[in-house]
Design a protein around this ligand. Structure first.
Ligand code: PMP
Length: 421
C-alpha cells in the first residue's frame, strides 16, 4: 500500500539553491544554444504533409474548429459554459483560489505520491465525500483523468466492461485503455446491460455510465443499472459531471436521488469544473476504493497533483452549494423556462439541445447568437453523431427571468436567420 503523507505549507526547501547549475555549466549551456540555425525541410516534404489534406477535408465537411478568442468582460451572456451555478466568478470562490495560491503556491509541484499531498487536498476530499455521502474521495487534476484513472484501475485484461452509446469521451477512453473486453449497449437499455453481465465468462465486471448525458442532458436509468450490476456481482461507475450541483437533493446528483449514495458496490466520479466553477475531478467510493486508486490509478500516480488554487476554489464553491440548496432549484426553473420559450423539450437537467443537422448551419446559428450578444455551444461530429449537429445551451442559476427570455428571443432570431425556423 502507498500512503500519501500530508504536507503542510510554509518554508521553502533549503536545497533549492544547491540544485541550480554551476556557473561554468550555465556558460556551456548558453554556448550550445548559439550554434547555426538548423535548416528545416518544407512542410510538404515531411511525414506530416497529409495534415493539409485532412484539414481541407474537415473544412469542406463543416467540421473545422477555431475557438474564438475570448476577452474578459466581453459583455456576452454565456450559455456555452458548464458554469451551471455561476460560481466561477463568485467572490468567495475567487477568494478561495487566492487564499490557496498564497498559502501553497502556483502549482502542486509533483505527483502527490512523490511530494506528499497538501492538507488542502485532503480536507477538500473529506468535504466532498461528506457532501455526496461516500466514505472517501480522491481528487484528480481533471474529470477526464478521474474517469480514465478509475476505469483502468477497476478493470483490466480478463475483465468485462459494459458501456453505452451515450457515454462521455473520457469514459470511452478509459474503457479502451483498460484492455478489458468492452460491450457497448444502446443508451438507457438496462436489460441489455443485464444480458451482457449474465452471459459473460469473465469473473469481474464493471458497468459505466453518465448519470446525465453530456450532449443532451437526458438522465440515465441509474437505479436500474445499479440493480442489474448488483444482481450479477458487478460494480457500477456513474459519472455525475452534469448532475452534481444540478439534480438530486441539494444538488447531490442522480445517485443521491436514487437513494444510492455510499452503496459499497458503486463508484461515482464528479467534476469540480462544472457546477463548482473550478477545475479538477474526483472519484468517490469506499476507503478500499480510494486506497486502490492511490496505488493503481496511473492518472493519479503519474500526474502532478490538482492545482492548489483549483482546490481552494472548489472548496469555497462546495461550501456555497451546501449553504444554498435552492441554487439547483433555481437552475432547474431557468432551464424549464428557457426550453419552453425556445420550443425545446422539457429538460431533465440544465442542458438544452436544439438539433439542426447540418454542421455548417449549426455553426452559422451559433455565430448569429454571438452577434446578438449570446454565447451558445455548437456541437458537431465527432462530439455528436453524423447528421445531428446542434446548438447546445447550458443554462445557469444566476440568470434572471428577463435574461432567460432575452436569450430565448435571440436563439429564435438566430434560427430564423439561418433558415431552420
Ligand atoms: N465527464 C463528462 C460527462 C463531461 O462532460 C466532462 C467534460 N466535458 C468530463 C467528464 C471531463 O471533465 P473535465 O472537463 O473536468 O476534464
Amino acid at each position: 500500500m502507498t500512503t500519501v503523507h500530508p504536507r503542510t505549507s510554509g518554508r521553502r526547501s533549503p536545497l533549492a539553491e544547491e540544485h541550480l547549475p554551476l556557473p561554468e555549466v550555465r556558460g556551456a549551456l548558453a554556448a550550445s544554444l548559439e550554434g547555426p540555425l538548423t535548416v528545416r525541410p518544407a512542410v510538404d516534404d515531411t511525414g506530416l504533409a497529409w495534415l493539409a489534406d485532412a484539414a481541407e477535408a474537415r473544412k469542406s465537411a463543416g467540421l473545422h474548429r477555431e475557438p474564438h478568442v475570448r476577452q474578459s468582460a466581453d459583455g456576452l451572456i454565456n450559455l456555452a459554459s458548464n458554469d451551471y451555478l455561476g460560481l466561477s466568478t463568485h467572490p468567495d470562490v475567487v477568494a478561495g483560489a487566492q487564499a490557496a495560491l498564497a498559502e501553497w503556491g502556483a502549482g502542486s509541484t509533483a505527483s502527490r505520491l512523490v511530494v506528499g499531498t497538501t492538507q488542502l487536498h485532503v480536507d477538500f476530499e473529506n468535504q466532498i465525500a461528506d457532501f455526496l455521502g461516500f466514505d472517501a474521495a480522491l481528487a484528480f487534476s481533471s474529470g477526464y483523468l478521474a474517469n480514465v484513472g478509475a476505469i483502468c484501475a477497476l478493470a483490466g485484461r480478463g475483465d468485462l466492461i459494459v458501456s453505452d452509446t451515450g457515454t462521455h469521451a473520457s469514459l470511452i477512453d478509459g474503457c479502451r485503455l483498460s484492455r478489458a473486453r468492452v460491450v457497448v449497449v444502446d443508451r438507457g437499455d438496462h436489460e441489455a446491460v443485464r444480458d451482457a453481465l449474465a452471459n459473460r465468462d469473465e469473473q469481474r465486471a464493471l458497468v459505466v455510465t453518465d448519470s446525465v448525458y453530456s450532449i443532451d442532458g437526458e438522465p440515465a436509468p441509474v437505479a436500474e443499472l445499479y440493480d442489474a450490476a448488483r444482481a450479477h456481482g458487478a460494480v457500477l461507475l456513474v459519472d455525475e459531471a452534469h448532475a452534481f450541483g444540478v439534480r438530486g437533493p441539494g444538488g447531490r446528483g442522480l445517485v443521491a436521488e436514487a437513494g444510492l449514495s455510499g452503496a459499497p458496490d458503486l463508484v461515482v466520479t464528479a467534476v469540480m469544473s462544472k457546477s463548482l466553477g473550478a477545475q479538477g475531478g474526483v472519484v468517490l467510493g469506499t476507503h478500499a476504493v480510494r486506497e486502490h486508486l492511490i496505488d493503481c490509478a496511473r492518472t493519479f500516480i503519474f500526474d502532478t497533483g490538482l492545482n492548489p488554487a483549483a482546490v481552494g476554489a472548489a472548496s469555497a464553491a462546495l461550501a456555497l452549494l451546501s449553504a444554498n440548496p435552492d441554487l439547483p432549484i433555481t437552475l432547474g426553473d431557468n432551464a424549464r423556462r428557457l426550453a419552453q420559450r425556445c420550443g425545446a423539450a422539457e429538460p431533465a437537467a440544465a442542458v438544452i439541445s436544439i438539433i439542426i443537422g447540418d454542421p455548417k448551419q449549426a455553426v452559422a446559428a451559433a455565430a448569429a447568437c454571438r452577434d446578438r450578444g449570446v454565447l451558445i455551444g455548437c456541437f458537431r461530429p465527432p462530439s455528436v453523431p453524423e447528421g445531428t449537429s446542434r446548438l447546445r445551451i447550458t443554462v445557469r442559476a444566476d440568470l434572471d427571468h428577463a435574461t432567460v427570455d432575452h436569450v430565448a428571443d435571440v436563439v429564435d432570431a438566430a434560427l430564423r436567420e439561418v433558415g431552420v425556423r
